[in-house]
Design a binder for this molecule. Sequence first.
Ligand code: K1U
Ligand code: ZN
Length: 182
Amino acid sequence: MALRTVLQFPDKRLKTAAKPIESISDEIRQLAQDMCEVMYDEPGIGLAATQVGEPVRLVVVDTEWKDDEGAHEKNPLILVNPELSERDGKVVWSEGCLSVPDFEAEVERSARVVMRAIDLDGKPIEIRAEGLQAVCFQHEVDHLDGILFIDRISKLKRSRYVLKRKKQLKHEAEAGSSSSTG
Ligand code: K1U
Ligand code: ZN
């Protein structure tokens, strides 16, 4: 089966606020599995359901995994209805996003957070996170609220990126139309 496609800026569906998951159905289990496959294939360290066009509150995160040469196994955290509490301190981190191609920027986030969610068996999860995991949790919960990391940078940096992205899409469209006309 083909992998699900990751939506890319400026797709409007990325601005959708996702709905809480009422019950953990086979569809939700399948979605979580599909999202893990996409995350490892891209590769990424997290993915929100919003990014694959499913507006439900589900994220997958694995900030430890490395490729086949690396030391860590794949061990995804699957977080249903994730909520962040007990934010503390500040950290500035250079972030990327699978939905914002060819761009990285520094974003200020809380340095430490507590993530509460349930797993696919409905069991409560509570994780005290710091460093990259804390940043990734905040980035993914933002996706569920329709917020991209470029909404958290300066207006100037954002508008420069928007312009670059528009040019990139224009070139892609032109290349597509010239190859289809021969
Ligand atoms: O949600 C996403 O778009 C995934 C994103 C998560 C993220 C990255 C950096 C800071 C906060 C959140 C990514 O995974 S971008 C790719 C990436 O960071 C990465 C990919 C492979 C190895 C290591 C990092
Ligand atoms: Zn992202």
